[in-house]
Design a protein around this ligand. Structure first.
Ligand code: CDP
Ligand code: MG
Length: 677
């Protein structure tokens, strides 16, 4: 892009953003109050302008300005934008930090970061002494970490003052319902095709103006873009296009793990005669404002991490959005002129499947990580912590139970040495436990790449085209058998090494249908995890131990230390039954190397669960019962109601002894039952 068109995209050049009129009032309000709530229409300039006003007003003289975002893409793109507007270098005065990507220096004064990063900083420095102001952005999104940060700040401050800036005039958006998706349709293949069809329809029959499509994730978005590329090429503009000023279609994907240079393109205005079509996740609903959007195509779905108490696991699932979310999506079309919103679902779907509001994350995801963080911050009573909306008590108890199972807390609810090590890792506690196990055996290189590969987006490319899909599947199968087959974790490990040692890694990835970009992030994540681990291993009390098992099984033994909660035993036919007390029936996912050889083993361990028509387990390996035999009882050892007493207050010695006696009796009973079998 040329220089001139770049500065064109800065709205404030032509007409100041709505927030500008409240500049001095806002700066004064921040100076005068300890705690301030600022509200204003999406796109009015809160995220990008307010920190600049504070910077100008000298707030950086005695500390940094920290701004949190629930989403990493938002943190990165906004920091880029602000550095550009302030004519400063990104990474110097203005920087960002997201998980596994720190673009700040000592000099950084305006720091955008994810809420998770700030929570980590609170752990290291509860007073946040390096900051003069903290801006918690997108609080209404109710992300788990932002909620916790608010709770922590609420303990320090009270009585917020409210500053509201004038509402920006918005234009009417005409919404229409489709017929493609009804209450029974949840298969993504259906709605992906439908949004593409509607997009092409809009492109050929509607006046100029950019399109924004809402889908749920990277795979879908890439599939939609592929079909769009293909179809857009075949449009005969002489006959089809209603508005002769629009000829080309510029297709732009937008999702969380996208490379940053591509993200920047989204915000550049399209050239004359070209219609921009952004295919995005929910991130474009509030966190990022794209100018020029006139048409919205809403799939009606979103990808959400939900705790499924039926199977006792967190599941990333595609669910219908709420009605308020649908209205927010539609509103994105009316920012600069009247717009249209095409909902591809019907009225029945709206009435029967879409809830009124989105449930805050804290009330629907596993709290294991957060409870450990709180405990490490010295919050003992995690039940009566001032949550914005309290999660259900049983979720907190379940988190306590898991932490106890992982030996991160003891029976009194106190953080153990291991728990102190675990909290340092920005990973799921089970995965952290496996990494620490490998480190204690002095073979961290076995687990670090696996943990890294599990932390990045899916590395396997699944092309939309069926012929190509076959080819990709064959390549993936070959990679699995090269690593010995029958262990998806080992496949990840060997792909990591194959690619790393390849002379032309990008070409190697292309040939094998592997996401090169995902692997590049895995390399970087691995290095960073290694750095954390190195730091921890310097502690004199790092729990090293000797390994006396079979070297061949070492990786799986390390995995067992963390994933014993994800163990399943063969049940009837192709089904497996989980061992965590829920006893749910699960099936091996077709993407697993074990899928076709299911008959050969009785015990498996898995990384995650996917619910479609069946409950599938993904990234799987066979294990032996002996490996988890001593760990499995831990899954049933604690009674959550006992733990709730522990959570509430310090337990007396007497109570503890009573409890331990009861537990011992229970175990004796179990042992004799087992012998009898
Ligand atoms: O936070 P809020 O929703 O109030 O607005 P903002 O994110 O600060 O955005 C203010 C304006 O800057 C919007 O009109 C965006 O379109 C624009 N913007 C942009 O052009 N490029 C970015 N990377 C971020 C914002
Ligand atoms: Mg904002």
């Amino acid at each position: 892009m040329s220089k001139s068109s770049r500065s064109d995209c800065k709205e404030s050049d032509s007409e100041p953003l709505p927030i500008y009129h409240h500049k001095s009032k806002l700066v004064r309000a921040v100076k005068d109050s300890a705690f301030l709530v600022v509200t204003g229409e999406t796109g009015c300039g809160k995220t990008t302008q307010l920190p600049q006003y504070l910077y100008e007003a000298g707030f950086c003289k005695n500390g940094k300005i920290g701004i949190t975002q629930p989403r990493r893409v938002a943190a990165i793109t906004v920091a880029q934008r602000v550095a550009h507007e302030m004519r400063l270098t990104l990474g110097k005065e203005v920087g960002y930090q997201v998980r596994f990507d720190d673009c700040t220096t000592e000099e950084t004064e305006v720091k955008y970061m994810t809420d998770g990063c700030l929570l980590r900083e609170v752990l290291a420095d509860p007073a946040l002494s390096h900051y003069s102001v903290i801006v918690l952005d997108e609080v209404h999104e109710r992300s788990l970490n932002t909620d916790i940060l608010l709770g922590l700040l609420k303990k320090v401050f009270s009585n917020p003052d409210k500053a509201s800036e004038g509402r920006r005039r918005t234009f009417p958006v005409k919404c229409s319902f489709g017929s493609a998706v009804g209450p029974k349709d949840t298969e993504s293949s259906g709605y992906v095709k439908e949004v593409v069809r509607v997009a092409l329809d809009v492109h050929t029959s509607e006046m100029a103006g950019d399109i924004l499509i809402f889908l749920t994730g990277q795979n879908e978005i890439e599939r939609a873009c592929d079909i769009l590329y293909e179809k857009a090429e075949t449009i005969d503009y002489r006959f089809d296009v209603h508005d002769q000023t629009v000829e080309g279609l510029l297709i732009l994907p937008l999702y969380g793990s996208m490379p940053t240079d591509q993200q920047r393109q989204i915000f550049q205005p399209s050239s004359r005669g070209i219609r921009k079509c952004v295919v995005a996740t929910n991130i474009a609903a509030t966190s990022l404002t794209i100018t020029g959007i006139k048409y919205i195509i809403d799939s009606g779905f979103v990808k959400q991490l939900n705790h499924n108490s039926r199977i006792g696991l967190d599941i990333l699932e595609v669910v219908p959005i709420s009605k308020s979310e649908a209205q927010q999506r539609a509103g994105r079309a009316g920012r600069t002129s009247a717009g249209k919103c095409f909902r591809i679902y019907n009225n029945d779907f709206w009435e029967k499947c879409m809830p009124e509001y989105t449930v805050p994350e804290i009330q629907r995801t596993s709290l294991t990580g957060v409870v450990l963080t709180l405990k490490c911050l010295g919050v003992h009573d995690v039940i009566r912590f001032p949550y914005l909306d309290s999660p259900e008590e049983r979720f907190i108890l379940e988190a306590l139970k898991q932490l106890y199972q992982f030996d991160a807390i003891d029976r009194r609810g106190k953080v153990t040495k291991l728990g102190e090590l675990m909290v340092e890792f920005p990973l799921h506690p089970g995965l952290t436990r496996a990494v620490l196990k490998a480190a204690s055996y002095r073979c961290p290189d076995l687990m670090l790449p696996v943990a890294a590969m599990l932390s990045v987006e899916n590395i396997f490319i699944r092309p939309g085209h069926s012929q190509k899909q076959k080819e990709a599947d064959e390549r993936h199968r070959a990679l699995a058998s090269k690593s010995g087959g029958m262990n998806d974790f080992a496949t990840l490990l060997s792909i990591f090494h194959f690619c790393k040692s390849s002379e032309k890694p990008a070409a190697w990835c292309k040939e094998n249908w592997i996401h090169w970009r995902a692997l590049k992030s895995a390399f970087s994540v691995e290095t960073q995890l290694g750095e954390i681990l190195y730091r921890l291993q310097q502690r004199s009390d790092f729990p090293f131990e000797s390994f006396d098992g079979n070297e061949k099984n070492k990786l799986r033994l390390c995995l067992c230390a963390g994933y014993f909660t994800n163990v399943a035993r063969r049940s009837i036919g192709k089904a497996f039954c989980t061992m965590d007390g829920h006893g749910s029936m699960v099936h091996i996912h077709p993407s697993s190397a074990l899928f076709e050889n299911e008959k050969d083993f009785d015990w498996v361990m898995f990384n995650d669960v996917l619910v479609t028509s069946k409950v599938y387990i993904r990234t799987v390996c066979p294990i032996r019962y002996e490996w988890v035999k001593d760990l499995l009882p831990k899954l049933h050892e604690v009674d959550v109601y006992e733990l709730s007493n522990v959570a509430r207050e310090e337990v007396t010695e007497e109570e503890m002894a009573k409890w331990e006696n009861k537990e011992a009796a229970k175990r004796r009973q179990e042992a004799s039952a087992e012998e009898a079998m």
